[in-house]
Design a protein around this ligand. Sequence first.
Ligand code: ZN
Ligand code: ZN
Length: 228
Amino acid sequence: MTDTPADEQQPAYRCAHCPRLLRNNELHRQVCRVCEDRATEQVQALPALYRQLETVLQPSRSGGSTGRTPAGRTAPLPVALQPLNLRGPGGIVSMLLGIEQRWRIALDWTYLPQRGGYEPTLDGTTAVIVNNLPWACDQYTDIAADLMLIGSLHTQAVQAVTGERDVRVPVGACPVIREDTGVACAQPLKVSPWASAIRCTGCGTSWRRDEWLWLGAVIRGLPAPVAA
Ligand SMILES: [Zn+2]
Ligand SMILES: [Zn+2]
């Protein structure tokens, strides 16, 4: 619990990474717990995405120039520049090492250890970042820039693996009435086709797949359907 009475809460205490107002028990933090949870998921997903990018980089099995693609797939880029950039120097591994190095300096730790090749290095730096995200989101004053970088790397990797520009589909404006302001959150909601939940980046509310029909009706101001 905090010593600050609720009526003295400064509305200026916003998450440094998203529009959310920090809750009373988050006021000492740099970013909200919603952002911390999302960043943790994104960093944890990067090693697998990195390995999937290798598959994307395999020489095309088709002739290449005919533009013929398997049904249901989007046309691949003539050259897979995106995966190359993400896997090569300056890509995912370098960017994550940069984050780890900045955190090590802030924590007064020793410099980066030698971990070997790209994949052990990626696994090692991912583990350090995931383990220290709670600290960074709590105390590290430059965390917002690193969360943007993590989000960008994750989005680029997902897009490169799936071949989609933006895999997320707009759903509508978040209808949740926020406790702190009394008005609807209104953050644009998006969902990727294989997601198991829609999560609002504004207020952090999430809806499972079996709630999406209901959510869609509420967003459009229609009578909420009864569960089948
Ligand atoms: Zn946030
Ligand atoms: Zn919301």
